[in-house]
Design a protein around this ligand. Structure first.
Ligand SMILES: [Zn+2]
Ligand SMILES: [Zn+2]
Length: 133
């Protein structure tokens, strides 16, 4: 994981702080519902609407990332720098891949699509180590 500011130094409201903490604590990519479940344990009484609004705020300020794969709920990501993901087709496990894509792939993709490149993401689908045993 890349360097992170201390949550306490960000000047966030308690609720936003808790939501950010939940996302950073987990080495996984939680959905809004999962974040809500964990946030409730840290701050009983927090509402789903507050969690949802906090997620929007944290995303807009660049403190978290949001990913969606077209189907299902989007997931929130503690890692905000460009990275790719591998998804297990059996258990749904989602892991970060901090790898540099070869310039050749980027060149081919832009040449083929004739798009002006803004971002490029790679999604690897397959069986995770536990499921492929
Ligand atoms: Zn798996
Ligand atoms: Zn990620």
């Amino acid at each position: 994981m890349s360097s992170k500011e201390n949550i306490k130094d960000l000047g966030l409201t308690k609720q936003r702080e808790v939501v950010l903490q939940v996302i950073r604590d987990k080495d996984t990519h939680l959905t809004a519902n999962e974040v809500f479940d964990k946030a409730k344990q840290l701050l009983p009484g927090i509402s789903f609407a507050t969690v949802y609004n906090s997620l929007r705020y944290l995303k807009e300020t660049g403190l978290i990332g949001e990913i969606s794969f077209g189907n299902g709920a989007s997931r929130f990501d503690a890692l905000t720098s460009r990275h790719d993901h591998a998804i297990c087709t059996n258990c749904g496990k989602l892991v970060d891949m901090e790898i540099e894509l070869p310039a050749e792939i980027v060149k081919l993709a832009t040449k083929f699509s004739k798009f002006k490149l803004e971002s490029i993401e790679l999604t690897l689908r397959g069986l995770c180590p536990e499921c492929s045993e």
